[in-house]
Design a protein around this ligand. Structure first.
Ligand code: SF4
Ligand code: MG
Length: 324
């Protein structure tokens, strides 16, 4: 299978802060991988390395087979069209000095394309905005409309990969679903691959083909969505999912979230051994000293890093039994 993205042993340190510490991740052409975890786990930093807003400390990032890890600004320009990013806060990412039309068309101008106004109109139409919006300034639009503008801009160059970093979490709850639906429709119609960075697990269930769970700069579990939701193996994944809202109020009441207690430990001096051991309800002595290796368990593509998970995927379950 052709890969849209191949991240190998990615490391991003900011001085003493080990924000990302050895992340390996692949995204197949046209598929959606959700990157989930608490805030501060390093998810956004992974996204920024992939679009090369950050130059990684170590490891490699390949986009459609091209290693972009250390390309210069000038070299990067040729690969810009392969990847785009949509940020959490559309207000912060749209320059107020320009019109919507200028903003959406800018990637094409950098690529010296022709017929930009027509392409801008088409890009706006795709995201559900009328052509007149091109004349407006971003601050004249609502939050939801501004996020549609960022999406139009991100997709106008027809990238193979879209990094969407919490694309709906800064929006009013009332418009979150429509922007999420839009992304899902565009992904299906245009077929780009997507790294969907989020802590909204109901959005993950709706949008993602695969799920990667991040904890303190590292991936602890990844695999097909149905497998992760139906059969989470890592105690952290189990805790995360137990706290996720579900549509059925009765089931919601019956679910008892696993309480993780303390906050996420500091990425300056992460715990030795398994980084999750300070909060893991089933930690054993070994967890405090020995780093668990990432292994494939059960069906292909399901990977987990935990000493107590067996090769067939069975192992600890930290969730209290559901119901009464
Ligand atoms: Fe918990 Fe140990 Fe597994 Fe880490 S390796 S998740 S501390 S049981
Ligand atoms: Mg973030």
């Amino acid at each position: 299978v052709e890969l849209a993205l191949e991240v190998e042993d990615l490391v991003m340190h900011f001085g003493p802060v080990r924000a990302v510490d050895g992340v390996t991740l692949r995204i197949k052409q046209g598929s959606v991988v959700a990157l989930v975890g608490e805030s501060g786990s390093g998810k956004s930093t992974v996204g920024r390395c992939i679009v090369r807003l950050l130059e990684p400390t170590d490891g490699t990032v390949q986009l459609a087979g091209v290693d972009i890890t250390h390309l210069s600004r000038r070299q990067l320009r040729q690969h810009r069209r392969n990847v785009s990013i949509v940020f959490q806060d559309p207000a912060g990412s749209l320059d107020p000095r320009f019109t919507v039309g200028d903003i959406v068309g800018e990637p094409l101008r950098l690529m010296r394309r022709k017929d930009i106004p027509a392409k801008v109109r088409e890009a706006l139409r795709r995201v559900g905005l009328r052509p007149e919006v091109a004349q407006r300034a971003p601050h004249e639009l609502s939050g939801g409309q501004r996020q549609r503008v960022s999406i139009a801009r991100a997709l106008i160059s027809e990238p193979r990969l879209l990094v969407a970093d919490e694309p709906t979490s800064a929006l009013d709850v009332s418009v979150q679903a429509s922007v999420l639906n839009l992304l899902a429709d565009l992904q299906r119609d245009l077929g780009f691959a997507c790294l969907f960075i989020t802590h909204d697990l109901s959005a993950v269930e709706y949008l993602a083909d695969e799920v990667a769970v991040m904890y303190l700069g590292q991936l602890v579990e990844q695999g097909p969505r149905a497998r992760i939701f139906g059969n989470p193996s890592h105690p952290y994944t189990q805790a995360l999912l137990s706290a996720a809202p579900v549509p059925d109020p009765a089931e919601q009441r019956a679910r008892r979230p696993v309480l993780l207690g303390d906050d996420l430990p500091s990425a300056i001096d992460p715990p030795p051994g398994c980084r999750f051991h300070t909060r893991c309800p089933v930690a054993v002595d070994k967890c405090r000293t020995v780093v668990p290796v990432t292994r494939t368990i059960g069906e292909a593509g399901h990977q987990v890093a935990c000493h107590l998970v067996n090769d067939d995927g069975t192992g600890p379950d930290v969730r209290p039994t559901k119901g009464v």
